[in-house]
Design a protein around this ligand. Structure first.
Ligand code: HEM
Length: 200
């Protein structure tokens, strides 16, 4: 898997140096224009949109679209696992369970208090994909880091697993280490939208 991604990365670099960066797309299910990225190998999409013109609102709307083979998917907003706000989500029946986490060592991240996360109505689960569309308030600052909305290329990391969490009904569930992880460049500057509060 790591070799496949390296190869894909090298091929992408030969095509375009921007291949691993976020781009603008509109999700037809909710009409939201996100600045996001789809990993070519895992087929998981990560999208983000922020209120325009200010980083004092401390919030964003995000989405994770994943094949059902992935039993949990997480993002590391600061670009690495440690000392950053982690958001983890997994499908459960016909909905998605989500949990803000934090880790100071390479062990199971613990619940992190502060963020208010709300699943938006286009969150869905079907036979092939699950989709988590969420509003994350008090989510742009955390102990040890923050999102810089002036940045056009911040490292945003992800991790996922094909192994289910121990108790999918419980946001505080334990789970085992990711079976895959990676990162891309998020253009936070371009992720700001005047339509934000219509989306929210
Ligand atoms: C039981 C849970 C977890 C364990 C035991 C764990 C363990 C580890 C370990 C040992 C590494 C070092 C590199 C490697 O050995 O692959 C690592 C890297 C990483 N982990 Fe985790 N992890 C867990 C959960 C998570 C979660 C929930 C996220 C994101 C939401 C995450 C994101 C990352 C990322 C992005 C890396 C690579 C970059 C870095 O080192 O920071 N991990 N993890």
């Amino acid at each position: 898997m790591a070799f496949a991604r390296l190869l894909a990365g090298l091929l992408a670099i030969s095509g375009s140096v921007l291949a691993q960066s976020s781009t603008s797309y509109t999700d037809p299910d909710n009409g939201i224009t996100f600045q996001g990225y789809t990993d070519a190998i895992t087929d998981v999409t990560y999208g983000f949109v922020f209120p325009a013109g200010s980083d004092s609102d401390d919030e964003f709307i995000g989405e994770i679209i994943s094949p059902v083979t992935n039993q949990w998917v997480g993002i590391a907003l600061g670009g690495t696992m440690l000392n950053n706000l982690l958001l983890v989500a997994w499908p459960y029946d016909d909905t998605v369970v989500y949990t803000p986490r934090y880790a100071t060592s390479y062990t199971l991240p613990t619940l992190y208090t502060g963020p208010t996360i709300t699943a938006l109505p286009s969150t869905s689960v079907n036979e092939t994909y699950w989709k988590f569309v969420y509003r994350c308030q008090n989510c742009t600052d955390w102990i040890g880091g923050s999102i810089d909305l002036t940045s056009t290329n911040s490292t945003l990391a992800w991790a996922l697993s094909t192994v289910a969490v121990d108790d999918p009904a419980d946001p505080d569930s334990a789970f085992a280490k990711h079976t895959d992880d990676g990162a891309f460049y998020e253009n936070y500057y371009a992720a700001q939208s005047a339509d934000y509060y219509n989306y929210a």
